[in-house]
Design a protein around this ligand. Structure first.
Ligand code: NDP
Length: 392
């Protein structure tokens, strides 16, 4: 019986709240807090269990500590934005509460994600006998767990890893992002980066492309090499990996719009003067684009995210592919949200469940692949993200 405080009432926050509400034996009390309490109330009204709501500015450590001390939750699930990771970790340390998030810290002024800022909290969490679980979404999150599961059951050594994320769905809008536009566009327009023979190699944004034949009727799609944060922790915890890459699908239409927006400077994250005041072009663009939450009822089709791992089993070469397929419309029927938020929110709930039931427990700061993947993989099958494994 535990009290969970979910912070962030966006697309992912909605799914986490719905999914925690489906497991009352673990999450007996749920509070949803965000910068705009109205959004929390809207989500709470969709659920047939009482959900408490609160207003909090998670950038303000003092304000968050006061809320934590008042509510005394057992766990904070942070599904606000990556900028709030460090202030929320500080607040959890101060109030003595365990912490979980789905995306690693990014400084607002540079589009650069790295675990160093959050790994630096290791001793402080350990000294207070608290646990922080980092990156419990799908990618990062489930992709780390898939890798750990392959290392445990399928391969003696992983040598090459390709994480492949496909959104084969369509929302019918000329241009929109499936999750927070600012975070999404920062990620997509950053340089590509992959791990090869002990070093990071950089590529120009979206300059490396190949085709991948996705299973279960999705078929071939173009995939583009990008940098993604789970690569950093995976190559650290699985040192046999010689090459690790991350790939994502983009439609030609998405890329065409993105190129124009980039060319005219609308994706810039440095301040520019406009009519006597500073604005950040990407934040202005976010205000113009459709709210990702509004895409829920419009999106049709499927997502397919998984890991292709090549390595050695019993002295022989072997390649395995572990993946999940998720249907946008089914997600919307269940939790009033499309599959991108769903595939992030379900693992956030499961990570919370692993911590609160003590199946995953430790003192300090942890990445997902450091724990036994089996109970998490079982929970994925039970809570809406069933997975498949095939030998290629
Ligand atoms: P949204 O923009 O839809 O929602 C973010 C929410 O956080 C909003 O409700 C926003 O409030 C709230 N928020 C922002 N700043 C603050 C603050 N200072 N204090 C309190 N609340 C705040 O984003 P998503 O739901 O799409 O994404 C949530 C997180 O999930 C992001 O960190 C994203 O990177 C991560 N993610 C992870 C994935 C994975 O697979 N690991 C995949 C997709 C997303 P307001 O409405 O008032 O602005």
């Amino acid at each position: 019986m535990s009290h969970v405080l979910i912070i962030g009432a966006g697309g992912v926050g909605g799914v986490v709240t719905h999914k925690c509400a489906q497991v009352p034996e673990v999450f007996s009390k749920i509070t949803l807090a965000s910068r705009t309490e109205e959004k929390c109330k809207r989500i709470a009204a969709q659920i047939d269990r009482p959900i408490d709501t609160a207003r909090v500015d998670a950038d303000n450590v003092e304000e968050t500590v006061a809320l934590l001390k008042k509510l005394k939750p057992d766990l904070v699930i942070n599904v606000a934005l990556p900028y709030q990771d460090l202030p929320l970790m500080d607040a959890c340390l101060e109030a003595g509460i365990d912490y979980l998030d789905t995306a690693n810290y990014e400084p607002p002024e540079t589009a650069k994600f790295e675990y160093k800022w959050q790994w630096a909290y290791q001793d402080r969490f350990k000294d207070k006998k608290l646990m922080a679980l980092l990156g419990s979404g799908f990618d990062p999150g489930v992709t780390n767990v898939f890798t750990a599961w392959i290392a445990k059951h399928e391969l003696d050594e992983i040598h090459e890893l390709d994480i492949i994320d496909a959104n084969a769905g369509s929302h019918g809008q000329p241009f929109a992002t499936n999750f927070n536009p600012e975070i999404n566009i920062r990620e997509v327009t950053a340089k590509g980066r992959f791990w090869e023979n002990g070093a990071w190699k950089e590529t120009d944004p979206l300059s490396v492309r190949q085709s991948f034949d996705f299973p279960q009727g999705i078929g071939p799609m173009n995939i583009y090499l990008m940098y993604h944060e789970e690569l950093e922790s995976i190559v650290r915890f699985f040192p046999t990996i010689k090459r690790a890459r991350f790939w994502m699908t983009f439609s030609d239409n998405y890329l065409k719009h993105l190129e124009v927006l980039q060319n005219v400077g609308m994706t810039r994250i440095d301040p520019v003067m406009f009519e006597g005041r500073e604005i950040i072009p990407l934040q202005f663009l976010k205000a113009l684009l459709p709210d990702p939450a509004s895409l829920g009822p419009l999106t049709k089709g499927k997502t397919c995210i998984g890991c292709v791992a090549r390595g050695i089993k019993d002295g022989k070469d072997k390649t395995v592919y572990v993946y999940n397929i998720c249907d946008h419309e089914e997600c919307y029927r269940e939790v009033q949200s499309q599959a991108i938020s769903y595939t992030t929110g379900v693992p956030a709930m499961i990570g919370g469940m692993m911590m609160l039931t003590r199946k995953w427990r430790g003192e300090g700061v942890f990445n997902m692949e450091q724990f036994d993947p089996d109970p998490f993989m079982d929970a994925l099958n039970k809570h809406g993200l069933p997975w498949n494994v095939t030998t290629l």
